[in-house]
Design a protein around this ligand. Structure first.
Ligand code: UD1
Length: 417
């Protein structure tokens, strides 16, 4: 159990680095088995989810070692195609190994993935797309058994641009004969990062970042090298912390356009956002205005992962803010916990109304999920007095050294684990 001790009331000041992206790292780790190869990953964040992905690789017979923010993977000795339930339930992204194993071995056996409980999280789009590519998939007593004698490239359309399903299909399509064209593909920056990695490993792939991705197989290569892109959600979380507490912070990031929707609302709320070539400065006097029109959507829309942390920033804003959550059916789990700090939030269906209060006060909270836990930490930093957040490891699934990063900016936060 992690326990976050937070004393609120201090402004944030200073500069800090932004970790590598969790959501880019996980599919890239899975992609390392698509073809037998060695690869080196740089700027890989130290996270529970990354540990879980590397454990799956080792279970499959690969060599996978992380030292600091670098990892070495050798997928040539891969010898298994079964991922047991205890590894699958660690995180949602374990499902991406299905496409990777199909590509490499023509078979995979696994159970449905775990991950944050944000409402229903079916994998029907993953299964349908892989079946269309030629995989036989049987669901039997909680296990998913996939086999394919020959995957065959073709046009495949998604009814919704699912990030994970797009990634799974990209991986499997690397081994398909002929050309696969994915229509209504997800356009997230992490999809571009995966395509870049696959290309460096020998894949012929184009169109990532648009809604049409084309994959025409893979030429054997022996090694790939990749630098993980900065984490746009971790960066957005730090910006929201500064907005909530007041202060002046500089983040060393080169990709602020990837979370410009979050920056737009922080600016509307009264923060100054100053962009330069390799950094982003956020200045807040801690007295925000309420904002309306925050509506989560697939990229390039407002990211659902930033919804809880922006909500945390708006708890003391003057007026009534309004958020609409359109991606997950149960992504307001942070709300009852934030109310313990004195927040006034009403949820009706997809909509959350946040009536700004003058003061928040410290309280005992329990982290409900990864981004919800981060939201509680941010809200506690902007509350008067001391808060204690009990956390079953949710936050460290996705944030590297969140405590050290925030305390280097002047926040009073200690992680006891
Ligand atoms: C990824 C991100 C997660 C982010 C989410 C949406 C990773 C590791 N995780 O998750 O942080 O919150 O994108 O931006 O990259 N859906 C179906 N059937 C499917 C697949 C998805 O109905 O087969 C639904 C989901 O229940 C959800 C929506 O589609 O309501 C979006 O899911 P998806 O884009 O697939 O998200 P993930 O890949 O799980």
């Amino acid at each position: 159990m992690d326990i976050w001790h937070v004393k609120g009331g201090r402004g944030l000041e200073g500069s800090c680095n932004v970790q590598g992206s969790k959501n880019a790292s996980l599919p890239i780790i899975a992609a390392s088995i698509v073809t037998p190869m060695e690869c080196r990953l740089y700027n890989l964040p130290k996270l529970y989810d990354v540990d879980a992905a590397l454990s799956i690789l080792r279970h499959l017979g690969c060599r996978a070692e992380q030292q600091g923010n670098e990892a070495y993977i050798d997928s040539r000795p891969l010898s298994a195609t079964y991922i047991p339930n205890e590894l699958m339930e660690e995180m949602r992204s374990s499902v991406i190994f299905m496409g990777a194993l199909l590509a490499r071995c023509g078979e995979a056996k696994l159970s449905p993935p775990g991950g944050c409980q944000l409402g229903k999280r079916p994998i029907d789009l993953h299964l349908k797309a892989l079946r269309e590519l030629g995989a036989d998939i049987v669901e039997d007593e909680g296990e998913i058994i996939c086999k394919s004698r020959a995957l065959k490239g073709r046009d495949i359309s998604f009814p919704f641009p699912s990030v994970g399903a797009t990634e799974n299909l990209m991986l499997a399509a690397c081994a398909a004969k002929g050309r696969t064209v994915i229509h209504n593909a997800a356009r997230e920056p992490e999809i571009i990062a995966l395509a870049d990695f696959l290309r460096s490993a020998g894949a012929e792939i184009s169109g990532a970042g648009t809604d049409k991705i084309e994959i025409s197989g893979m030429h054997a290569r022996k090694s790939a090298v990749c630098r993980i892109i900065p984490d746009r959600i971790a960066a957005a979380s730090l910006c929201c912390a500064c907005a909530a507490c007041g202060g002046d912070i500089e983040l060393k990031v080169s990709n602020p356009s990837q979370f410009s929707t979050v920056l737009y609302f922080l600016n509307e709320a009264g923060c100054d956002i100053i962009n330069s070539t390799h950094s982003l400065r956020v200045v807040s006097n801690g007295k925000l205005r309420a904002v309306k029109g925050i509506s989560t959507a697939p990229y390039p829309g407002f990211p659902t992962d930033a919804q809880p942390v922006l909500m945390a920033a708006l708890l003391k804003a003057d007026g009534e803010s309004e958020i609409e959550e359109n991606i997950f059916s149960n992504r307001y789990r942070q709300v009852p916990e934030l109310r313990r700090l004195g927040a006034e939030i009403e949820v009706e269906g997809r909509t959350a109304l946040i009536r700004g209060v003058n003061e928040l006060h410290g309280a005992a909270l329990s982290a409900t999920d990864l981004r919800g836990g981060a939201a509680m930490i941010i809200a506690a930093l902007s509350a008067d007095g001391e808060s204690v957040i009990l956390d079953d490891g949710h936050v460290r699934r996705g944030y590297e050294d969140f405590d050290l990063c925030l305390s280097s900016l002047g926040g009073d936060i200690i992680l006891e684990s």
